[in-house]
Write a protein that binds this ligand. Structure first.
Ligand code: HEC
Ligand code: HEC
Length: 292
């Protein structure tokens, strides 16, 4: 069944890639130089570390972690600035193209296991600061294994522009909230923290169902619970912010599974102000932001 879905997926997306060529991102118009210090904070807010971490050489972002999906196993690459095995020699603009548009410097489109579709909503300034921070890190020479997918990886890559086009057509962008605190929380949840990559259910092509944002999803290992307003009955905004800090729920249970690294590397290191903004978005802002 999974095999059949993977094969169908490849052919549908491949056909679409032929019909719709790749969207080319507009080059940055920014003239200010990026801020490495801001980048250090944003790399945490965007959760880059929990995926790209090399468990043997933490905290280096030299990759190697396996991500299991219905389409096979993706191996997260080395994103330290090593010229041979990482991103050494890339420009800030090339990195921004990868992060926000899923486009590699040589023009191919990444697999969405790299959550660039969430990062698309990131501001150009934030993406540039992240890029500058990455390029400022010590290089680690480490070759990671190739992906082991249910279809040949080169064929899957050719299908990615079409897959993205289809995902664009099937996705409705939520209205931006007007309250500034809730808007900050929405930005942290959707565009940086990519909470929906795990918590929003996907269709058989792996495209998130934007009409059921944060409604909970089956993962290959376990389940990401619903995180919409219905399930947080009895949680105060302080409770939610505390949960994001330590992973401890108001019923005194610790969260587990794939949420653990999210707490450790993404929401835990945030400022209290940003955790409260996330809490405001999830407890007060979602209905307002997603009703259409
Ligand atoms: C959910 C896991 C995940 C997260 C979170 C994630 N990435 Fe990745 N990233 C991947 C995977 C998987 C690939 C490989 C994609 C492919 O081969 O098509 C990748 C590829 C990349 C590449 C391309 C590397 C190359 O050699 O071509 C860059 C650059 C990158 N990621 C940077 C980032 C940055 C910066 C962040 C945070 C803003 C981030 N990633 C967050 C999983 C992730
Ligand atoms: C890599 C996948 C992944 C990402 C990204 C992720 N989560 Fe989770 N989350 C999970 C899983 C899996 C669980 C269930 C863990 C368990 O069974 O204990 C969970 C549980 C939770 C819970 C507990 C819900 C309850 O009632 O028990 C909350 C709240 C939560 N996540 C919020 C978030 C927020 C906010 C973000 C974005 C900043 C986020 N998650 C990003 C996978 C993820």
């Amino acid at each position: 069944m999974k095999q059949a879905a993977a094969v169908a997926f490849t052919f549908v997306a491949l056909a679409l890639s032929i019909v719709w060529p790749l969207r080319v991102p507009a080059p940055s118009t920014s003239t200010t130089s990026p801020d490495v210090q801001r980048g250090a904070y944003l790399v945490q807010a965007a959760g880059c570390i929990s995926c790209h971490i090399d468990e043997d050489a933490a905290p280096a972002l030299s990759g190697g972690r396996e991500l299991h999906s219905p389409f096979g196993t993706f191996v997260v690459p080395n994103i330290t600035p090593d010229p041979e095995t990482g991103i050494g020699g890339w420009s800030v603009d090339e990195l921004v193209g990868a992060i926000r548009f899923g486009r590699s410097p040589d023009g191919h489109t990444y697999f969405p296991a790299f959550p660039y579709r969430s990062y698309r909503g990131m501001t150009d300034r934030d993406a540039r600061d992240i890029a500058a921070w990455l390029l400022d890190q010590p290089p680690v020479n480490r070759t990671t294994a190739g992906h082991a997918l249910a279809f040949p990886a080169w064929l899957g890559r050719l299908a990615m522009p079409g897959w993205n086009r289809l995902a664009d057509l099937l996705t409705t962008a939520p209205a931006p909230p007007s309250d500034p605190q809730i808007a900050r929380g929405a930005y942290l949840a959707r565009d940086l923290g990519h909470c929906g990559e795990c918590h929003t259910p996907r269709n058989w092509l792996g495209i998130p169902d934007s009409s059921r944002e944060f409604a909970g999803a089956e993962l290959v290992e376990g389940e990401a619970s619903a995180i919409n307003a219905d399930v947080f009955e009895g949680w105060s905004e302080q409770d939610f912010a505390f949960f994001l800090f330590l992973g401890l729920k108001p019923d005194d249970e610790y969260v587990g599974g794939e949420m653990e690294p999210v707490i450790e590397f993404n929401t835990g290191p945030l400022t209290e102000e940003d955790r409260l903004a996330l809490a405001a978005f999830f407890l007060r802002g979602q209905g307002q932001a997603t009703s259409n």
